[in-house]
Write a protein that binds this ligand. Structure first.
Ligand SMILES: Cc1cc2nc3c(=O)[nH]c(=O)nc-3n(C[C@H](O)[C@H](O)[C@H](O)COP(=O)(O)O)c2cc1C
Length: 186
């Protein structure tokens, strides 16, 4: 069975919610097993899950124009894996959530791409068409991101934001990454 891990950080629950929808998308692909891992729960067992994964999807809120310190701590810890190129040729993807529509989320996704390339991974972007009326909260990919998934949450609890359209965009992306992982691991 193809294995897809989603490893994320979330300080206040919004990115965690997006991660859950990415997982739903992964789970929608037959023959694929998902693993949802918070960077705050990483231990020997989760490093082992990551070692065996066919794909790893990275998620972080955008804090101060980049990935959060907690995510970066995880990334730096993965340098042990880098020494043996343990993630080489795994499929990679990423998502980020923040308060502003832009909020410099692209910096976070571009960091994920660089991070994945350092590990010799194969990056999969989002293929969801951009919103035709970006002001319409119901449209998929309303933030307009193709490098990976960008979602936007208001300054409100995670049970009401980000909106359903962003969560669906994340779910579609989870399926897309899982499909690639499945093809490559066949
Ligand atoms: C330390 C910190 C820095 C932030 N920096 C940004 C930023 O650069 N751009 C932005 O749009 N929002 C920024 N925000 C808002 C968060 O991205 C937003 O609250 C997001 O929902 C947090 O996700 P989380 O609930 O998964 O932690 C920042 C929030 C914090 C706490």
């Amino acid at each position: 069975m193809t294995q897809v891990a989603i490893v994320y950080h979330s300080g206040y629950g919004h990115t965690a919610k997006v991660a859950e929808f990415v997982q739903q998308g992964v789970d929608a692909v037959e023959g694929v097993q998902s693993h949802l891992i918070s960077v705050n729960d990483v231990n020997d067992a989760t490093w082992d899950v990551l070692a065996k994964a066919d794909a790893i999807i990275f998620g972080s809120p955008t804090y101060m124009g980049g990935a959060s310190a907690d995510f970066k701590k995880f990334a730096d810890a993965s340098s042990k894996v880098w020494f043996s190129q343990g993630w080489k040729n795994k499929v990679a993807g990423g998502f980020t959530n923040s308060l502003s529509m832009s909020g410099d989320k692209l910096s976070t996704l571009q960091y994920f791409v660089t991070y994945a390339m350092q590990h010799g991974m194969i990056w999969v972007g989002s293929a969801t068409p951009g919103a035709q009326k970006p002001g319409d909260v119901a449209e998929l990919n309303r933030v307009g991101s193709w490098v990976g998934v960008m979602t936007q949450s208001d300054n409100a609890p995670a049970d009401v934001t980000p909106p359903a359209s962003d969560l669906e965009t994340a779910k579609i992306y989870g399926s897309r990454v899982a499909e690639f992982a499945k093809k490559l691991s066949a």
